[in-house]
Design a protein around this ligand. Structure first.
Ligand code: UP5
Ligand code: MG
Length: 204
């Protein structure tokens, strides 16, 4: 994708940190196209004829990372579709497609591949809070979400993958000066106001 035409912000943070929740507010504020890698994988898992259904299901349940080729391709396709559809006022505010890529890249190989094949992200929004807060939020959501990974056993595995595999990605972008860390422990609205201010600066 042409850098002049698209702006990409990665949205990272532990499982249940509030990435999806905050992204939907930022969509309302700034007209981003919000693409959650996890949501795209779940859709692919249930797509009839997908050759990756079983693989994705296993990875999600075990909290491991789906091979990057699958996820990068899904994101690339979704971005292409979104750019075809975008109209003024629809993420094209100043003629540039704006994307929030949520829950990605969570492993270094994905970050490198996306950089090379798709485009470079301008910044990373990093929503951080404690494991205790994340655990409570996920167990609460698990009562109604139907997500196969919202149970204590899967959540613990997701935390381990986050610490061992995703934190190094965040540190990589920190070393490039590309990370804006936002404490996501307070209320949704408080976090939203902070995130909104950060994004305003980035887009200015
Ligand atoms: N909530 C949110 N904010 C709150 C606040 N400030 N105060 C109180 N409550 C708050 O929020 C979680 C819950 O908390 C909700 O009930 C919300 O109302 C409440 P949400 O916004 O959904 O948090 P989010 O960070 O998006 O949590 P999610 O569970 O989606 O994060 P994960 O990163 O674990 O999940 P994701 O869908 O990104 O990935 C799932 C799996 O897919 C991964 O484990 C992995 O196996 C696979 N995957 C890959 O293999 N590759 C990828 O690139 C991406 C995913
Ligand atoms: Mg999410």
């Amino acid at each position: 994708f042409d850098h002049k035409k698209v702006t990409v912000l990665f949205v990272l943070g532990g499982p249940g940190a509030g990435k999806g929740t905050q992204c939907s507010h930022l969509v309302d504020d700034f007209g981003f196209c919000h693409l959650s890698a996890g949501d795209l994988l779940r859709a692919e898992q249930h797509r009839e004829g997908s050759e990756f259904g079983q693989l994705i299901q296993t990875c999600i349940k075990e909290g491991t990372i789906v091979p990057m080729e699958v996820t990068v391709k899904l994101l690339q396709n979704a971005m292409t579709d979104a750019l075809k559809e975008t109209r003024p006022g629809d993420g094209w505010a100043d003629g540039r497609g704006r994307f929030l890529i949520d829950g990605f890249p969570r492993k270094m190989d994905q970050a490198i591949k996306f950089d090379e094949d798709v485009c470079q992200a301008s910044m990373v929004l990093f929503f951080s809070t404690t494991e205790q807060v994340m655990l409570e939020r996920l167990l609460d959501r698990g009562k109604t979400s139907g997500r196969e990974d919202d149970n204590v056993e899967s959540i613990k595995k997701r935390f381990t993958t986050y610490k061992e595999t995703t934190m190094p990605v965040i540190q990589h972008y920190q070393s490039l000066g590309k990370v804006a860390e936002i404490d996501s422990s307070p209320s949704v609205e408080e976090v939203h106001q902070k995130a909104k201010a950060v994004v305003e600066k980035i887009l200015a």
